[in-house]
Design a protein around this ligand. Sequence first.
Ligand SMILES: [Mn+2]
Length: 474
Amino acid sequence: MTSEEDFFSSLHPAVQMLKAHIDQGNPIRIVSHNDADGVAAGGILSTAVNRLGATFRTTCEKRVDEKTVASIASEKPPIVIFSDMGSGYLDLFTEHLPDSDIIILDHHLPIETENPKITHINPLLHDLDGARGVSGAGVSYFFAKTIDEANIDLSALGIVGALGDQQDKGENKSLIGLNRHIEADAKGAGLLETNIDLIFYGYETRPIAKACAYTTVPFIPGLSGREDQCLALLKEAGIELKSEGRWRALRDLSEEEKSRLFSTLTKHMIYEGCNADSVYDLLGTIYTLKGEEAWTPLRDGREYASLLNACARMGRPSLGLSICMGDRDEAMKEAETALDGYRRKIGEYLDWVRKEDRIVEMENIYSLRAKGDIDERIIGVVASILLSTGILKNPKPFIASARAEEGLIKISGRATEAMAKAGIDLGMVMMEAAEPFEGRGGGHDIAAGAFLKEEGEPEFLKAVDRLVGEQLNA
Ligand SMILES: [Mn+2]
């Protein structure tokens, strides 16, 4: 059997276990991760379980820790499904949830267990790429499709989750690995179209200045969230904004206009202190979700993911869940407000970071200790943006931290693809570095995190610096 077949067949026992609980009339407890991918995963699972006629309750959590697990245990759930989280915490489940059957649908670094009550689905257990090849929503989608082929319409959310986790690491920012199967399903069902161009949000439908201003992944310093600046840039590039009284969208531009826009963008990026190549981040595969209304943020896969991400980071994941389950009315309006607030916050944080000059260059990493100045739910996003725009002069992983609750700090580490190729695996680094500080760490090679007591942070950062150096010299 190939690893993929191996992975797919690992889903069957989990589906059987779920169905057995539903046959007994048990409620299904779903716990997902509080980010775009996690919300999409939660939406997929909630829909699939709902279609089976089961009662269910879904929440999104920032992290798995003793407190979270103990509070889930207090509900005495017969079965818990963890999605986009859990693989690194099997010992906590064994300790605190001894009476529940547990299904884990995750793509983060797994640990092993002998506990027969845990059914563990993770591509990494089958030598498949979990960091770039499939997301938590993707694993959840395959699970849903194993339940019933009719769940193939949920493939669109699988794509959204993958884009939310920035798994567009193939040529022209395309999806790779198991995500390809999801893409094929979505295209087969008439729910997805792809093409290659500037990846501004709203390629087909939005006025260009808005499309540019709304784009947050990649975040364009000076333009994201600033429509007036985008208008000025278009003017400078000599792009007509309207034709015959109608706003023009990106797809209406001629090749010649596109290349003028591209060179003006390049100048802008250099002016903002980004490296010149970072403008190529703006070109790539556009994922248009054909099942969604034109003019809405859900029409573009990356923007859909940003919307879910904003709901999660602004503390309103249930809005995102409602949208994933089909709500296009109230939840949608509130989510758009959350997205506005989120864009504004990121812009403010980036201004703050650049003004305050708080980034410290160590031997093998850059670090930023934001303390209470950046929201812990947004620190990871800020770290990704700072790393991807080339504002940091040397190619080193970026480790940022912010205060969480109860004297803890959250650490977010980000590395580039090139660094991973050079041997850096931040997931391993975080796991190892957090241990002596009674913290927990883990994740993927290019994106990882940890939690620990604030007083341990300086030593922890030294350990990270050393471990990254060891990986580079191994
Ligand atoms: Mn994920």
